[in-house]
Design a protein around this ligand. Structure first.
Ligand SMILES: [Zn+2]
Ligand SMILES: [Zn+2]
Length: 167
């Protein structure tokens, strides 16, 4: 008995992984995309399609809009769980990502070690928020390691120099 394209499709999906996402186990394309795994592709018997589009079509029983793209609520390109996929255009997707990114950053009031992200302690580098105390600790640790190896540098200079007695 010949199995349907739909059956073939779901055979390539792992729904029992550790996350809520359904992982595409079939072929992928676009290796450089994001996490290096690319997006899933599926041969539907006539042509190669994006796995996310096929998953969406199987769930909602309609054709995926030709001028739109499949976006992920979960931000996981390899996920084909229909409830994680929504129809968007490139602009919506970028906006969504930006909004979420901003939201996440805005929610952080303390660094990983619990120093407050406020006042003088907050250092903004591009879109990242850094903790001044942690940056100082990191610098001090680096200086200590370099000193132990026999290197020194004066406050203003950028380069490390090997101590005379170590040369
Ligand atoms: Zn997902
Ligand atoms: Zn910190």
């Amino acid at each position: 008995m010949k199995i349907s394209a739909e059956e073939r499709f779901w055979h390539k999906v792992n729904r029992d992984g550790p996350s809520e996402c359904w992982t595409w186990m079939g072929s992928t394309s676009g290796k450089n995309y994001k996490n290096g795994n690319g997006y899933g592709v599926f041969w539907d018997g006539k042509k190669i399609r994006k796995a996310t589009h096929v998953a969406w079509e199987l769930e909602y029983k309609q054709e995926f809009p030709i001028d739109k793209m499949a976006c992920h609520h979960c931000d996981n390109p390899i996920c084909v769980r229909p409830s994680h996929i929504y129809v968007g255009d490139g602009f919506t997707n970028a906006q969504d990502r930006l909004r979420r990114g901003r939201h996440e950053h805005a929610n952080k009031t303390h660094c990983l070690r619990g120093h407050p992200f406020s006042g003088d302690n907050l250092v903004v580098q591009g879109t990242r928020r850094r903790c001044r105390i942690c940056l100082r600790i990191r610098d001090a640790n680096h200086t200590k390691r370099m000193n132990e190896k026999g290197y020194w540098k004066s406050g203003q200079s950028k380069g490390w120099r090997l101590r005379k007695d170590m040369q």
